[in-house]
Design a protein around this ligand. Structure first.
Ligand code: G
Ligand code: G
Ligand code: MN
Ligand code: NA
Length: 247
């Protein structure tokens, strides 16, 4: 079947919604924020996750429209109240569009919502091209209190100069490193995580460990000095935020 035609129709029908996965402070278990994760409520195939359609969305350029449908719902959710932040994922190509920051800020203005409760997650690829514009976008966002989190850290090209040059506030340690911690893991993972944490500390950047699935991993990360964590052990992505049903 023609998934691209489906995607176009789904955009018209607004068949996308965010799921929310909690991000916790590891020492006291306090929820400090959520990551909004895209889901497609497909008319025949049920709930689809990004791996089912993200490549198509990127290649066709349709992902930007999907992203805005998600951001709109996230901004509305923020406008309803609550505390903590919500992070949204931004495709590298989307992040490079010149009106990205203005359009995002206009949404907050229209909804009367506090932009400083939003964070953006970008990958290292987004820092590769068009550096002046990327820098400008990140600066504009930060002026409005929107912090940037570097997603999947450690899997990209990881040029340390980029971390220094761009206003990045948080490193999200890729879950492949966390999966390597434990009896069935890889011996070098702990050392790699330790090195990433040292790097972040040197630069004054916060860290979130992704994909925490076992208590052993949570404990190890806490002992290594990682401040925040996310993963199935701590909370799965759900359509609800903080156990409160969304309107
Ligand atoms: O939700 P997981 O459920 O499968 O997400 C998989 C991938 O999809 C992650 O790498 C994440 O960065 C990406 N992703 C999740 N939500 C969004 C979104 O709203 N927009 C874009 N562009 N990517 C997203
Ligand atoms: O690339 P990004 O970090 O945005 O992707 C988040 C993805 O990771 C989502 O698909 C989410 O569902 C998934 N995820 C969240 N927690 C866990 C976990 O503990 N284990 C695994 N395997 N995936 C997770
Ligand atoms: Mn992410
Ligand atoms: Na990630």
């Amino acid at each position: 079947l023609d998934l691209q035609a489906d995607l176009r129709r789904a955009i018209n029908n607004r068949d996308f919604l965010p799921f929310y996965q909690p991000i916790l402070r590891l020492d006291d278990g306090e929820v400090v924020g959520y990551e909004a994760l895209l889901r497609w409520q497909h008319e025949r195939r049920g709930l689809l996750t990004p791996p089912d359609f993200i490549d198509l969305g990127e290649d066709s350029g349709l992902i930007e429209q999907v992203d805005w449908l998600i951001y709109e719902q996230v901004v509305r959710q923020i406008a309803r109240g609550g505390d903590g932040y919500v992070s949204v994922n931004v495709s590298p190509r989307h992040f490079r569009s010149p009106d990205f920051a203005d359009r995002l800020l206009a949404m907050f203005e229209a909804q009367g919502a506090d932009p400083s409760r939003l964070r953006v997650e970008i990958t290292e690829v987004a820092l590769l091209d068009d550096a002046p514009r990327t820098l400008r976008t990140l600066s504009t966002l930060r002026e409005h209190g929107i912090l940037a989190q570097l997603d999947d850290f450690g899997t990209g090209f990881s040029a340390l100069s980029y971390l220094h040059r761009f206003p990045i506030s948080v490193l999200k340690i890729d879950r492949s490193f966390i999966a390597g911690i434990g009896d069935e893991g890889r011996p070098e993972s702990l050392g790699l995580v330790r090195a990433i944490l040292a790097l972040a500390r040197t630069l004054g950047i916060d860290t979130i460990a992704e994909g925490i699935e076992t208590d052993e991993q949570r404990q190890a990360l806490l002992e290594l000095g990682c401040s925040f964590g996310q993963g199935y052990l701590l909370g799965r992505p759900t359509a609800e935020m903080g156990g409160v049903a969304l309107v």
